[in-house]
Design a protein around this ligand. Sequence first.
Ligand SMILES: NC(=O)c1ccc[n+]([C@@H]2O[C@H](COP(=O)([O-])OP(=O)(O)OC[C@H]3O[C@@H](n4cnc5c(N)ncnc54)[C@H](O)[C@@H]3O)[C@@H](O)[C@H]2O)c1
Length: 380
Amino acid sequence: MAERRIGIVLNGATGRMGTTQHLRNLLDMRREGGLPLANGDRLVPDLLLAGRDAGKLSALAAASGGARWTTDLHSALGDSANDIFFDCAITGYRAPSARAAIAAGKHVYLEKPIAPSLDEAVGLARLATEAGVKHGVIQDKVHLPGLMKLRMLRDSGFFGRILSVQLEFGWWVFDGFFQPSQRSSWNYRQSEGGGLVLDMYAHYRYILDRVVAPVTRVVCRTAIQTPRRADERGAPYDVDADDAAYALMELQGGIIATVTSSWATRLRRDDMLQLKIDGTHGSAVAGLHDCRIQSLVSTPKPPWNADAKQPMNFYTQWQDVPDNITYRPSFRACWEDFLRHVAEDAPFVPTLLEGAKAVQLAELAYQSNIEGRWIDIPPL
Ligand SMILES: NC(=O)c1ccc[n+]([C@@H]2O[C@H](COP(=O)([O-])OP(=O)(O)OC[C@H]3O[C@@H](n4cnc5c(N)ncnc54)[C@H](O)[C@@H]3O)[C@@H](O)[C@H]2O)c1
């Protein structure tokens, strides 16, 4: 049993996702002595934290047990000690760094969305494939217990014929004037890769494709519901990227999905992202962790009488799907799968082509918003 080192450049390490998800999970892996491989070896990540702010990077590196750090991405990519380039910096600047990494012969792993436009996204997928490097995109949500339970229900035939899907996402994001905003200002600027559709439809494409059925058509209306916000320094700015979107999607088999997303809504449902599936034999509703079901035979017949108060409490009529297995933390699962793909050629689903499909759904949703019509989603 040997220990094998693997050099990983973590670009955008000081950001929210960089620090709280990617770095944390990779450090956990190191602490545990590395990732066990099929032949008994252990793969130990050697991290190089990359970004723009030397002060923040050196502090984060020190707090991470003395990880390497740099503000010089070009040199990092030229160094043969680094095998993988990972990018979780802001969306708008991802594609040029990824192209440079591919040209330097690095394996590339990218946060979603992999690029702001379909052309760039497909270009990245093609470049990486032609260069013969391993490539992938983060698809964390399919590893969450709630969505894994939904997939198990689908695969077990629980739903019968799936009729419809309701996807609801969002919460209130403060505008930054009287309380700090929970999201960075780039999210509300088109030029930096902002926009809810680009950000979230990148998740919805793989969630729907992998948990329910492939998406075939979309019609979408976007909105800017909070047109003026204050940035990280308190300076006011005009928002030019969508912060809400309302869509209908059609999935293979004629399944209709209603997809509601907003950063200007207050929560009254089980979770911040909720997915409900109705089928001929049963229905299920899942948040990120919990999933509740109601089968055809346990479906009640509530009285429809507008003059009388409803006697049934519909929330109590569902049954929990139990936690029968131990779920891997979702981002840890992404990293384990990609590292095994790089180190031992293990099968891997979310390649950059899948990442491009996600950008395709966002781009066609924007096109539908402009043209006010349904748009077919061609195969890539
Ligand atoms: N998979 C998920 O669930 C998920 C969730 C949130 C965000 N994301 C994605 O992760 C990425 C980062 O999001 P975040 O919420 O961590 O953002 P953030 O604003 O917290 O962090 C962004 C990082 O990019 C760096 N950065 C900013 N401007 C830059 C520039 N001009 N050049 C290079 N680096 C720059 C910042 O220093 C910071 O390290 C986005 O692409 C977003 O779509 C994914």
